[in-house]
Design a protein around this ligand. Structure first.
Ligand code: C2E
Ligand code: SIN
Ligand code: SIN
Ligand code: FE
Length: 377
């Protein structure tokens, strides 16, 4: 790339390619990384920053700082400082600097962080549909040692326009995803904290076990993420179980156990009828996580593959964790004993394929339990 001028045709091909890649990436950080990479390539710049306003900390943050030998991948600048990012955001105008250290608009702040000497800069605002500045694209030091020209300015503005819609949507999506997961997690805690001292560990374990089993069964990243989030809610129905049963230090009477079993039914009630993928998965899990492969479980006595896969996965994840943890009614088991039990119950309580996956993922699964073992009493 160095010292080689790209032909217009090559640039056009790259643009088309860039547009296509943009629309297939919804993950925020990955989208920024992709954008920074393509932009430095298309225009030919040594460093590329994509500053996004971090409202909470009052900063311009570039999570993606591309360039050979950059010490940091993340750069933070004050929102109202004298940086070029702040200047572009304030004025909404393109800044093209030919000789940085002899230009009054240039502040050394970024160089002090990156340890690089800036010579040339090209920066444009990233505008959303309403024309509000949501970020700044900044290129430092053109590849061939020349200055950025009018062509580069136009090209960077075009790229910025191309990318802004996707960046804004990805940011919103990220926010929704985060708050969703947080709400699910908080909801799960309220339902679990009554009967377990280690609710957070328990929930993290169940989610982790479910995710790893799902992946080992060959499910994709996204499907496994859904299973992971949904698994947090599998016991939500316990909110409806009275304390005298849930917290009973000893063995439940037959009658009490019958009432306890209804937590699957209540969970099903609480979660039924949702349009959300995670909640629909959670619904199946809460209702069917105590079904058994051989049909001897509850509440419906479903057998084999009639039990939804998500429920078969969380069933194994849950029982393994319940065995390893101390409960008001039982001591914790050794990891090795619990592992042996899971294998013994394959084809009886558990789907043999789920147990195969559990075995395959066990090296990872057991990592979450090793520190926990001394809690045994
Ligand atoms: P949990 O404590 O989260 O246990 C989940 C499941 O793990 C149990 O479902 C069972 O399949 C398995 N499990 C837990 N501890 C043991 C154990 O010591 N041995 C064996 N073989 N399996 C174990 P299950 O039995 O349907 O119980 C559902 C829930 O009912 C339990 O959730 C717990 O909240 C409650 N529960 C069950 N038995 C008792 C009990 O004797 N006393 C009290 N207080 N609660 C109980
Ligand atoms: C800055 O934005 O603070 C410095 C400008 C630059 O190094 O490009
Ligand atoms: C239960 O309460 O359903 C049993 C344990 C668990 O599912 O976590
Ligand atoms: Fe349960």
């Amino acid at each position: 790339m160095k010292n080689k001028k790209l032909t217009a045709q090559t640039q056009l091909d790259m643009l088309v390619d860039f547009g296509r890649q943009l629309s297939s990436e919804t993950h925020f950080d990955k989208l920024l990384a992709l954008t920074a990479k393509q932009i430095s390539k298309i225009i030919g710049a040594r460093h590329c920053f994509i500053f996004i306003k971090d409202e909470k900390h009052g900063e311009w943050c570039s999570k993606i700082a591309r360039g050979k030998g950059l010490k940091y991948t993340e750069v933070h600048l004050p929102a109202e400082g004298d940086s070029i990012a702040a200047l572009v955001a304030r004025t909404g105008e393109t800044v093209n600097i030919i000789d940085a250290y002899n230009d009054p608009r240039f502040a050394k702040g970024l160089d002090l962080i990156t340890g690089f000497k800036t010579e040339t800069v090209l920066a444009v605002p990233l505008l959303n549909k309403e024309g509000r500045v949501i970020g700044v694209f900044q290129l430092n030091n053109k590849e061939n040692g020349a200055a950025f020209d009018k062509n580069d300015e136009g090209l960077l503005r075009l790229l910025s326009n191309l990318a802004s819609g996707n960046i804004e949507i990805a940011a919103l999506y990220e926010d929704v995803k985060l708050s969703n997961t947080e709400i699910i997690y908080r909801l799960a805690i309220t339902s679990e904290f009554r009967d377990q001292n280690d609710t957070k560990i328990h929930l993290r374990n169940i989610a982790g076990n479910s995710y790893r089993i799902a992946r080992a069964m060959g499910l994709g990243e996204q499907a496994a993420e859904v299973i992971k989030d949904a698994s947090l809610l599998h016991d939500i129905g316990k909110v409806a179980i009275p304390d005298y049963i849930l917290l009973k230090p000893g063995k439940l009477s037959e009658e009490e156990y019958e009432l306890m079993k209804a937590h699957t039914f209540y969970g099903g009630k609480i979660l039924q009828g949702s349009k959300s993928k995670v909640l629909r998965t959670a619904h199946k899990m809460s209702l069917y996580h105590h079904e058994r492969w051989d049909g001897s479980g509850y509440p419906a006595g479903l057998k084999g593959e009639a039990i939804p896969l998500e429920a078969r996965i969380v069933a194994a994840a849950d029982v393994f964790d319940a065995l390893c943890m101390r409960r008001v009614y039982k001591n914790s088991w050794k990891i090795s004993e619990a592992y042996k039990y899971m294998l013994e119950r394959s084809g009886k309580d558990f789907d043999p394929k789920v147990i195969e996956a559990f075995k395959a993922a066990f090296n990872q699964i057991k990592m979450s339990y090793i520190g926990a073992e001394p809690r045994r009493q």
